[in-house]
Design a protein around this ligand. Structure first.
Ligand code: NAD
Length: 310
């Protein structure tokens, strides 16, 4: 089993991951499922984790049910079962269950703990990490929500076996997108791998890289404009190394999406880069890109501790 640590919670990945869920301190435990994860994942989850829940809450699957009515159903069930502030909600499902379950838990009695057990590929590689929670408001996707970290994320790859091809492809597309941003070698590996033969071992390291991209630290992305006088041409050795990595490993992928990335400064462990074009407009892709750059630079250059994007 692989554990990825962050400042707020751990992501546990692999066969034994469900056995490591820490639940003994909670007054009551509920598991949120939809009809598919109830059918395909719940028994496996209970057997692996050895958890004996007080309540199973089932909602209808699909984006059209990621709304306040489903939340009311969750809150009513928790209330009827007299769940108090020390109880735990386990979200067992795809991105819809994770986003909505986390949101419902964060509001119930001003917030109870929740953990994410993603069962779709998209949720494993993207939705379950980062602490972005929410529901849709009519046609407005993720209109109501908040950032809050789960107590932990537990990724059990065997759940993928019952996922239909459409869902696998949807998650795989997210992996490909991120691979393009993070590293040319990942991209090449993906291009050589037929989607029919996707093997967890083939994509595991990519997934772990993605998971590393925590974008829940709530940092302000806009640092303010760097003045022209901050730009310079005589670079130190370490700055040259940083620029080389940016130019060879990141810039080509960013350029394919119509954007650009530029080195601005390196000071006290922090690399400042400027994002331009398509990569600078969307907060989510900015954060994802920033994390990708940070992963790569901290991996290759020990003195680099963080990356700020302007
Ligand atoms: N919070 C974030 O950072 C973030 C990031 C990306 C996407 N999302 C959200 O995630 C949602 C999409 O996630 P999704 O694609 O997982 O959708 P989903 O949760 O609707 O799951 C897709 C379908 O697969 C079924 N399913 C899930 N796991 C299964 C399994 N192991 N076996 C069989 N069937 C299974 C579900 O019941 C559902 O019918 C969207 O609402 C999106 O907004 C959130």
């Amino acid at each position: 089993m692989k554990v990825v640590h962050s400042s707020t919670y751990d992501i546990n990945i692999g066969k034994g991951s469900l056995q490591t869920i820490e639940y003994s301190t909670y007054s009551a435990i509920a598991i949120l499922v939809d009809e598919h994860t109830k059918m395909h994942c719940l028994d496996i989850f209970l057997k692996e984790s050895q958890i004996n829940p007080n309540l199973i809450i089932k909602i209808h699957s699909g984006e059209e049910h990621k709304n306040i009515s489903s939340c009311k159903h969750i809150w009513r069930q928790l209330t009827n079962a007299q769940f108090d502030r020390k109880s735990l909600l386990i979200n067992l499902g795809g991105g819809v269950i994770g986003d909505m379950g986390g949101f419902a838990a964060s509001c119930y009695k001003r917030g109870i703990d929740f953990i994410q057990v993603p069962t779709s590929l998209l949720a494993m590689v993207d939705a379950s990490v980062g602490g972005k929670l929410g529901i849709d408001l009519e046609k407005f996707k993720n209109q109501i929500g908040l950032f809050k970290s789960p107590k932990g994320v537990y990724i059990f790859p065997d759940f993928l076996q019952t996922l239909n091809k459409r869902q696998i492809i949807s998650g795989y597309a997210e992996i490909v997108k991120h691979a393009l941003i993070i590293d040319k070698n990942y991209w090449q590996l993906l291009m050589e791998t037929s989607i029919e033969k996707i093997n967890w071992e083939d994509i595991k390291h990519i997934v772990i890289s993605l998971i590393n991209e925590f974008y829940s630290d709530g940092k302000d992305l806009i640092l303010g404009k760097i003045s022209k006088s901050d730009e310079k041409k005589d670079f130190k050795e370490i700055e040259k190394k940083i620029i080389k990595i940016l130019e060879t490993k990141i810039k080509p992928a960013v350029a394919r999406d119509g954007g650009d990335i530029k080195f601005i400064a390196f000071k006290e462990g922090t690399v400042t880069v400027q994002l331009q074009g398509s990569c600078s407009g969307c907060p989510s892709s900015t954060i994802t890109l920033k994390r990708g750059v940070e992963n790569l630079l901290t991996h290759y250059i020990l003195d680099v501790k963080r990356v700020e994007a302007i």
